[in-house]
Every structure is written in structure tokens, then in C-alpha cells.
Design a protein around this ligand. Structure first.
Ligand SMILES: Cc1cc2nc3c(=O)[nH]c(=O)nc-3n(C[C@H](O)[C@H](O)[C@H](O)COP(=O)(O)OP(=O)(O)OC[C@H]3O[C@@H](n4cnc5c(N)ncnc54)[C@H](O)[C@@H]3O)c2cc1C
Ligand code: SF4
Length: 437
């Protein structure tokens, strides 16, 4: 049988159009009009809905008064990856959901777009806007150059510490570089933002440098004054379904990574009938992007009720708008085919948990599993909670001198902005702890 999972299903121009930016930036006039919609609320609910607690009314007022660079700095003071978060935050379930104009009129102030407008102005400046405090001679090792590690490193560098980042992959950025949907972050923004962030100085970045063994960690603990772990989640949940080994059944994040790393998107291979299994942001991103590179039919199978999907209704609508079908209360139980997958056997229930299930066979030449990621056991004995590293306060692990943050710690909501907040807060705590010694 021919392999129908192949590249070049759409002309290059069509693919370029499909992957154009999800939300184009505001121009100056549009930003002024949008900023004018803010009520500058006292005790603003949008601030407490932001995991990095950005002073939103203040930065919007600064845009209104014609000082967008000052607005950008207000944002970056709290969230050094504020430019990236402006592009990828699910604002519809964070700050914009709580905006009083959303509550009263169903149309929030477009905080995300205003944040992007302001941070872009700062990143266009010639010099990095933050200066380092005088060096205190302390050295800190950061493991992982994802949002958590980068935010931690930048804040520590600001405080005058010398930071060394160890990243196992060839490029820094973590999921900013390898995971988040291509249409949310166009024109190599992730790479440009990291270059800008490192402009503060005092941060050495080593890529292709995994920290894997007990000896690696022991070396870091003895050579550095503190260690921050920002490992993320590099493992995968497994699915109890026959036929998992068939060709063209793969993890959704692997497919998404091919899309993000492709020099030419028309080189990305996709099937004709794609079935995505899962209900979160990864499932939506994999489904939408497979449609955008040329799949004919894309279906998301989610085992529970639709209201319980982790993907917000905004994201579900985005997928539907791109032609993706979402089927709730549907569980894949087996993948069928000789060498390659050809069909998925699915049990369907009218309501989750009911026994009235029927078994159907769906045509599928490409299956993407988006059923969650897990922590790869760290090479150091740390207390854990719900399968992640347990932390107290601002990222303190059960071992002295080791802090952790981002997706690898519990509790967490697996969002970029939360990883940034945890990296920043751990850096403050490391600084306070080193100063008190
Ligand atoms: C497909 C997908 C789409 C997403 N979309 C969104 C979105 O639109 N909006 C949003 O807010 N969130 C989104 N998220 C979640 C978001 O990407 C994560 O919450 C965030 O990246 C977590 O940051 P982190 O620094 O903890 O981990 P990561 O971004 O995973 O970074 C961890 C880094 O550590 C490195 N590392 C791991 N182990 C080692 C080791 N042993 N030695 C050295 N380095 C190591 C990794 O290579 C990686 O660079 C998405 C996630 C996925 C999977
Ligand atoms: S809640 Fe809305 S209107 Fe009020 S300060 Fe925040 S953005 Fe402005």
C-alpha cells in the first residue's frame, strides 16, 4: 500500500497564507483606540488573573499617554518574556476573561494585543533596557532553556549573579521554539526574543549539554552556589490501545516540532485522514496545523464531555473554523492496519461514563497522540507530588540549594506565562537566600 502520509499536498503560496499570523499586530492608531476602551479600574481584576501580575491598567495608561516604551517596561518588569506571552497566552481564559468590559459587554479590552504593541516597541530599541547590579561573585546553574529557565536566568543576571544555562537541545527556548503553534509565533520571534533577553549579559548559554546523570547534578551542586531546574515535561503518557506500533501513529508534539522546525512548510508530511487523540491545547494545535499543511479530514477524538476539554472554547472554535471536527465521548481502543495505520476503532458513548457504547471504525492514515506529557525522572532524588517535582514557596525543592519551576513542578497549569512567573520568583528567592548566607 502506498504511504499517503506525504509532503507537498498544497502549493507553497497556499501554505504561506494558511500560516500567516493568527492576530496581526495593532498599529499606533488602533492601539490608541483600544487603550481608550480601558476603565483603568481600581483593584483591577485583570491584574490578579495574570500569573505574572502585570500592572495592566498602568501599561494601558502609558500607551494612552503616548509612551509605549514605558508601557513595555512596565510589562517586562513583571514578565521578561512579555512579548512571547502577548502572542501565545490564552488571554480569553486569563486577563481578558476577567476584564470588566468582558463581564459587562462581552467584549474585553484587547490586553494581549496591547501588550504586544508595547513590548515590540521596547525590543526595537538598540540597547537592552535592563542593567546588571554589581557582581556579588555568586554563580548559579540553570538546567533547561525554556521559559522557566530563561526567566530565572535573566532575573538572576539582573541581580548581579553569573548564570550558566545547560540546555540539552541544539536550540534554546524549550517549547517556545519546538512546541507552540507556528501561526502564533511567526518570523522566528522566539529566537529573536532569546537573543534580546541574553543582551543583559552575565548569562552563558551551553546548548547540546544535557544534565542527565547523578554525577552531573552532584557536579553542579558543588561548583555553583545554587541550581535551578527548568526541565519541562519530556516524557509521554502511554495509550492502552492495540496497534500503537503501526507506522504513522506518532506523538502530536513530534508532528508539531516538525512544523516548527521546517525551513519550508511544504516539506512537512501529513496524511489525508488525520485523527488526533486528546483534548488540550496540543490536540488543537496538532489538528489545526495538520489541516493547514494539507490534510483533507481532521478529527479530534476526546474521551470525555466536550465541556471538560482542557482546550478553551475559543481554541475549540478556532479548530472548528479551520475545518477540524471534534468528537466528544469517543475513545480510541485500537489502531488497525498491516504495516501502516488505516483505521481507528473507537468506542462512542452518548454521555461520558454511560455504558451504552458502540464501536465504530474510522478511516485514518495518520494518528497523532496528544494525551499528555510527563516528567522524565530527574537524576536526583527529589520529593514529588502528582508525578512532578514538589516545591514549597518560590520553587524550593526538598533539597537544599536546588530550586525548580515551570511545567516540571506541581502545582502548575502548564502555561508559558506560569513558567515565566515561577522562574522569576525562584530567582528572587535564590537571591534572597544567597544574600542571607
Ligand atoms: C504543543 C504545545 C502547545 C502549547 N501551546 C501553548 C500556548 O499556546 N500558550 C501557552 O501559554 N502555553 C502553551 N503550551 C505550554 C507551554 O509551552 C509550557 O507550559 C512552557 O513551555 C513550559 O516552560 P518550561 O520552561 O517549564 O518547559 P519547556 O518549555 O519544556 O522547556 C524545558 C527545557 O529544558 C530542557 N531540558 C529538559 N531536560 C533537560 C536535561 N536533562 N538537561 C538539559 N536540558 C533539559 C528542554 O530541552 C527544554 O528546552 C503548549 C505546550 C505544548 C506541548
Ligand atoms: S479590567 Fe479591563 S477595563 Fe479594567 S483595568 Fe483591566 S483591562 Fe482595563
Amino acid at each position: 500500500m502506498v504511504n499517503t502520509v506525504r509532503a507537498g499536498k498544497l502549493p507553497e503560496e497556499q501554505i504561506a497564507l494558511n500560516f500567516s499570523e493568527l492576530h496581526p499586530p495593532l498599529d499606533e492608531r488602533q492601539a490608541a483606540v483600544e487603550a481608550g476602551r480601558c476603565y483603568f479600574c481600581y483593584d483591577a481584576p485583570c491584574i490578579s488573573a495574570c500569573p505574572t501580575s502585570i500592572d495592566i491598567p498602568l501599561f494601558i495608561r502609558q500607551i494612552s499617554s503616548g509612551t509605549p516604551e514605558a508601557a513595555g517596561l512596565t510589562i517586562l518588569d513583571s514578565n521578561i518574556l512579555g512579548g512571547f506571552c502577548a502572542r501565545v497566552c490564552p488571554t480569553e481564559s486569563l486577563c481578558e476573561e476577567k476584564c470588566v468590559r468582558e463581564v459587562a459587554e462581552g467584549k474585553p479590552v484587547e490586553i494581549g494585543l496591547l501588550q504586544r504593541f508595547a513590548t515590540d516597541r521596547v525590543m526595537e530599541l538598540e540597547d537592552h533596557p535592563y542593567e546588571r547590579e554589581a557582581s556579588g561573585g555568586r554563580r548559579i546553574a540553570v538546567v533547561g532553556a525554556g521559559p522557566a529557565g530563561l526567566a530565572c536566568a535573566h532575573r538572576l543576571a539582573m541581580k548581579g549573579h553569573d548564570v550558566v544555562i545547560f540546555e540539552q537541545r541544539h536550540k534554546p527556548g524549550g517549547l517556545n521554539e519546538y512546541g507552540i503553534a507556528a501561526y502564533k509565533t511567526v518570523n522566528s520571534f522566539a529566537e529573536r526574543e532569546i537573543r534580546w533577553l541574553l543582551g543583559i549579559g552575565g548569562i552563558k548559554l551551553h546548548t547540546d549539554r544535557p544534565v542527565r546523570s547523578v554525577e552531573d547534578i552532584a557536579r553542579l551542586r558543588s561548583n555553583y552556589d545554587a541550581v535551578f531546574l527548568g526541565f519541562g515535561l519530556a516524557g509521554f503518557n502511554s495509550l492502552a490501545a492495540d496497534g500503537r506500533q503501526l507506522e504513522n501513529v506518532e506523538y502530536a508534539v513530534e508532528f508539531i516540532e516538525q512544523v516548527r522546525q521546517a525551513d519550508d512548510l511544504s516539506d512537512v508530511s501529513v496524511g489525508n485522514d488525520v485523527v488526533v487523540i486528546g483534548g488540550g491545547m496540543t490536540a488543537i494545535d496538532a489538528a489545526v496545523q495538520s489541516k493547514l499543511v494539507g490534510a483533507d479530514n481532521v478529527t479530534i477524538l476526546y474521551r470525555g464531555d466536550r465541556e471538560r476539554m482542557k482546550a478553551s472554547s475559543y481554541e475549540q472554535d478556532l479548530a472548528a473554523h479551520r475545518g477540524v471536527k471534534i468528537v466528544a465521548n469517543a475513545q480510541a481502543v485500537a489502531f488497525e492496519g498491516d504495516e501502516r495505520v488505516q483505521e481507528v476503532s473507537v468506542t462512542r458513548r452518548s454521555v461520558a461514563g454511560r455504558e451504552d457504547c458502540v464501536v465504530e471504525r474510522m478511516v485514518a492514515d495518520h494518528v497523532l497522540l496528544a494525551i499528555g506529557q510527563t516528567l522524565v525522572e530527574p537524576p536526583v532524588n527529589l520529593a514529588t507530588e502528582h508525578g512532578k517535582i514538589a516545591v514549597q514557596g518560590a520553587g524550593r525543592t526538598s533539597l537544599d540549594n536546588i530550586w525548580a519551576g515551570g511545567d516540571c513542578v506541581a502545582p502548575g497549569d502548564d502555561l508559558t506565562v506560569t513558567a515565566v512567573a515561577q522562574g522569576r520568583d525562584a530567582a528572587e528567592d535564590i537571591h534572597a537566600s544567597l544574600c542571607s548566607r
